[in-house]
Design a protein around this ligand. Structure first.
Ligand SMILES: [Zn+2]
Length: 84
């Protein structure tokens, strides 16, 4: 069973937690409610990590995300420069 479930509520759809408690407003469309579930799951996965390059703490979105946004951009520019 997932952490969140989308079910009918009145004329629309709502998100319910594992205990069956409604944790959202009412969405008019099931797909919008499911997109909101995806966003909530994404938010749950993020955690604070230290960047491997600069050591600054940042919001990481999983094990594969070990560099902060600034270092990621700088590294991408360096890679581009190597091709020239
Ligand atoms: Zn960094």
């Amino acid at each position: 069973m997932s952490v969140f479930n989308v079910s009918r509520l009145g004329e629309g759809y709502a998100i319910f937690d594992r205990d069956g408690v409604c944790i959202s407003g009412v969405f008019s469309n099931q797909h919008v409610a499911e997109a909101s579930v995806d966003h909530r799951l994404f938010q749950l996965k993020k955690s604070r990590r230290n960047c491997l390059c600069c050591g600054e703490e940042f919001d990481s979105y999983g094990k594969q995300n070990r560099m902060c946004g600034s270092c990621r951009e700088r590294t991408a520019e360096e890679d581009f420069q190597l091709l020239i």
